[in-house]
Structure formats: C-alpha cells, structure tokens
Design a protein around this ligand. Structure first.
Ligand code: NAI
Ligand code: MG
Length: 491
C-alpha cells in the first residue's frame, strides 16, 4: 500500500477528482454605466433609472431606464412611422436580408452575448453559449427564410402584416425570447416595441447595437426598459395592434382582461407544471439524464420544465436512487464557470418564491433530498432539490415553482399516468419515457400539452411550434404556426 501511494505521488495521479474552475473571461463584454431607450434608431435619455445587477454576487452592472407611458408613446409612434414609411410594403426578400444579417451578427458576437446573458441573468455559461444564443440566431435564420414565402405558407389567403406589435418578455431566456418575438414579427412586415424583463435588460440593449450594424431602418424595432408599469403602458397604448406576452399566468390574465373588446390581437405564453412520465420499460440512465435536464436546466426557470416526475411504481426505488446519485454530481456555482451545471437564481424575489414553496412541501409532509453542496455567500442560490412522498394535493405538485425543485409522484397504469399528468390547470409540455413507440403515440395523443417530448426533454427548434393549452396560454411561437399571430388575412 505504501508503495502504491509512492507511485501515485510520482506519476501525479490526482487524489481529488473535483473540477478546477474554468471561468470564462468577461472582458469581451463592455457594459455602459447607464442605458436609455432605443427609439427610432436613437437613444432616448430616461428620466428615472434603477440598477440592474449580477445575481451571482449582487454586483451592480448598470443604471437602466424605467420608461413612463410617455416614453412608451414615443416608441409606439416611432414604430408606427417606420411601419407606414416603408417597412410594411418592403418586398419580403428585402426584409429577409435584414433578418439574415441579424442572424449572422448574433453568431459573430455570440461569445459576447453569452457572457452578458450569464452575467445579468445567472444561467450557466455553457447553456447561454450552447443553447440560448445559437437558438436565438437560428430563429432569425429560420424566419428570414419565410419572409418572401408567406403566400406559399398561406395559399390563397393574402397574408398581410398586422401593424405595430407590443412585445413583453420574461427573464428566464432574455435574448431567446426576444428572438422568438422579433423574428416572426419582422418577417411578416410588422414593426415592434419590445420590453425586456426588469432583471435582465442587458442583452436586449446590446441587441440594439446589432440592429445598428445590420442597418435596420430606424423605428422598425424599438426597445424600452422598465418593470410591469412599462409593460402595462405598452398594453394600454392605443396605437398598438398586437400584444405578445410571455410571463406569469397572473399577468397574462390581467392583460387579457384589459384587452377584451379592444380588437387588439393577443398571444399569451404563460406558466406550466409539466409531467415527465417514466414507464418501467424506459432506459433508466437516459431517463435520469432527461429528468435532470428537464428540471435543473436554467435552475428550473423554464416554463416547460419537467417539474412533476411520474414514475411507474415497479421502478420507483432504483430510479430515485439513480436520480439522487446523479444529483450529487451536479456542480452548482459561478454562472461564468464553464464547468457549472446549475447557476444562480435570477432574483431575490424568485429565490423567496422558491424558498416559500419548498417550505410548504416540507410542512405538508413530503420528503426532501438535496445533495451536499456549498453555496456561495453572496448572490441568490438554491441547491438542486428532489421531493419524494408527494401527494397530488400538495402545493409543490400543483403550483409552478420555477426553480430547481422536482416533485416525484408514482403511477401503476398508463391510464393512471395520463389522468394524473392532465390533472393540472396548465398544459404547456410533457415528457414520456418508454421503449414502446405505440405507447408514446397513445400518450402523446391524450396528453393535454402543447409539446410532448418522447425519450428526450427540453429540445427546441425554430421549425417546431411551441405554446400551451388552458392556463399556459394560447397562440404558437416557432414554425409556420408562429407566423399566423403576425398576419391578417382580411381583404
Ligand atoms: P411577470 O409575469 O410579472 O413578468 C414577465 C414580464 O411581464 C416582465 O417583463 C414584466 O416586467 C412584465 N409585466 C409585469 N407586470 C405587467 C403588467 N401588469 N402588464 C404588462 N407587463 C407586465 O413574472 P415575474 O413576476 O417575473 O415571475 C413570477 C412568476 O411567473 C415566476 O415565478 C414564474 O412562475 C412565472 N413566470 C413564467 C414565465 C414563463 O416563461 N412562462 C416567465 C417568467 C415568470
Ligand atoms: Mg410579476
């Protein structure tokens, strides 16, 4: 034994297999001290500002404008002018050129965007680098391709743009949600006023520089920042023709009430409480990877997160054992570290919501598992969490937690799995793990969810429509379906 120890020392075999840190440099990003609003191709000075921070350590990053109804009015007027002044009548092939340019520029500047996204939002750099930014560019490429083919997409229906689109987006995928909204709107000939979420405005503001480089005509895309008051001002603006909203069900419902009878178009992409269903014939190790990806990806700040895990009773014990073992290998920490799997929680408010729901889970009688991990002292952090022994009636099985928290439930038959999975006010997504193709089809037909993944989870593609049933909202984004909300077909 002593001899073996000696050899190990000589050849330098590490005794400790933890990863060394591999931080991505933030030098590539330049952040201004203060940002205004991007309106009509120019920067407008804000009268009031708030601070945006890095959730990993609460470092102040920049002063951000809190746009008033008057500021929003200017942005809408700029969008209207650009709409009437050429954008809406530009040939589709010309609009496509701008979208292709934007896509290329996002690719060229992808590292910069990835670092900024992780810094401002808290998500691991490997996700912003490999998922958010490439998918955002892919969306612009995809919709660039449709811009001159709208008549083929909707034959004999005379597709025309709607007008000025007001777009309000959340903080979980800031640049990607911008791309989901801006790309189809522009491809169809609309102009845009977009508001990023208050905690994550920086990539949307950097995007304005991409628009400048792409020489997009002024006013076609306008970006205003601020909290819910600014969002409400966009919704209430007289001269907006369409509202696209992604965020909480609560605000979605309020917007729908406000717009009732106004004749304005509306699409809502709201929350979810997706079922991820594992049958006893599934490949368990792959299923475990899918479960982990389903709920710990982006700290669980994902509307389609697989937050309710349904396991067939006969495999419950081995599956939970594998899952808990896998959790102990997740690396929680600095979002800018390339080895990080789970980053920072986006905001103090979101952390509080997660803590409150987790406390309710313990109180109601669920059993909690968290792997041992040291959380940084500053910033907003929450350890990956699994709850077992969960009853359908518990809050953690019903409410959207929007954090790295999984609730495990069980079932015996496919019928029971289906009934439990559909027993939710939401209907955005679901996952099915089984070897049987016939069972996948049987389940997919009956699950009331906009997206059903089979033997995978959280896969996105610009060509595939995404959206919900019931309280998860209505309307689709992505694919040919994603064009429809931005077109009218009347004479
Ligand atoms: P939120 O719905 O308040 O915020 C989303 C966006 O709407 C932000 O840009 C916000 O400024 C804007 N907004 C807020 N109030 C508005 C109003 N009255 N009129 C117009 N716009 C308004 O969501 P929040 O408070 O950040 O998160 C609360 C919960 O909502 C989360 O814990 C999560 O459960 C859910 N959520 C779901 C998202 C999804 O992707 N479906 C995204 C973000 C949050
Ligand atoms: Mg809110």
């Amino acid at each position: 034994m002593a001899e073996l120890d000696k050899t190990q020392r000589e050849v330098g075999v590490p005794g400790d297999w933890t990863y060394a840190s591999a931080p991505e440099s933030r030098d590539i990003v330049h952040i201004e001290d203060r940002y205004g609003y991007f309106v009509g191709g120019k920067w407008l000075e804000p009268s009031e500002t708030y601070e945006t921070i890095a959730p990993r350590d609460e470092e102040p990053l920049a002063a951000i404008g809190q746009a008033t109804a008057e500021d929003v009015g200017r942005a809408v007027a700029a969008a209207r002018e650009a709409y009437a002044d050429g954008w809406s009548s530009l040939p589709g092939s010309e609009r496509a050129k701008y979208l292709f340019r934007i896509a290329r520029l996002l690719q060229e500047r992808s590292r910069e965007f990835a670092v900024l996204e992780s810094l401002n939002g808290g998500k691991p750099i490997k996700e912003s680098r490999d998922v958010d930014i490439p998918l955002a560019a892919a969306h612009f490429f995809y919709y660039a391709g449709w811009a001159d083919k709208l008549e083929y997409a909707f034959p004999n229906r005379r597709p025309r743009p709607v007008g000025v689109a007001g777009q309000i987006i959340p903080w979980n995928f800031p640049l990607l949600m911008l791309a989901w909204k801006v790309a189809p709107a522009l491809a169809c000939g609309n102009t845009v006023v977009l508001k990023p979420a208050e905690t994550t405005p920086l990539t949307a503001l950097l995007f304005c520089d991409v628009l400048r480089q792409a020489e997009l005509p002024p006013g076609v895309v306008n970006i205003v920042t601020g909290d819910g008051r600014t969002g409400a001002a966009i919704v209430e603006s007289e001269d907006v023709d369409k509202i696209a909203f992604t965020g909480s069900t609560e605000v979605g419902k309020e917007i729908q009430r406000r717009l009732a009878g106004s004749g304005k178009r509306l699409t809502l992409e709201l929350g979810g409480k997706a079922a991820n269903i594992v049958f006893d014939d599934a490949a368990l190790d792959q299923a475990v990877e899918g479960i982990v990806n389903g709920i710990y990806f982006n700290q669980g700040h994902v509307c389609c997160a697989g937050s309710r895990l349904f396991v067939q009773e006969s495999i419950y014990e081995p599956l939970v054992a594998k899952l808990e073992r896998r959790l102990t290998t997740l690396r929680v920490g600095d979002p800018l570290d390339k080895n990080t799997d789970v980053g920072a929680i986006n905001s103090a408010a979101q952390l509080e919501k997660i803590q409150e729901l987790v406390a309710s889970g313990k109180e109601e009688g669920a059993e909690i598992f968290q792997p041992p991990c040291v959380l940084p002292e500053k910033g907003y952090w929450f350890a990956p969490t699994v709850f077992t022994n969960v009853a359908q009636s518990y809050r953690i099985a019903q409410e959207e937690i929007f954090g790295p928290v999984l609730s495990v439930l069980t079932f015996r038959t496919p019928e029971e799995a289906l009934e439990k999975a559909n027993n939710t006010p939401y209907g955005l997504s679901a996952g099915v793990w089984t070897e049987k193709g016939s069972r996948i089809l049987w389940m997919a037909q009956r699950l009331r969810a906009g997206v059903v993944w089979a033997n995978t989870y959280n896969r996105f593609d610009p060509g595939s429509p995404f959206g919900g049933y019931k309280e998860s909202g209505f309307g689709r984004e992505g694919g040919r379906h994603g064009l429809e909300p931005y077109l009218r077909f009347d004479e």
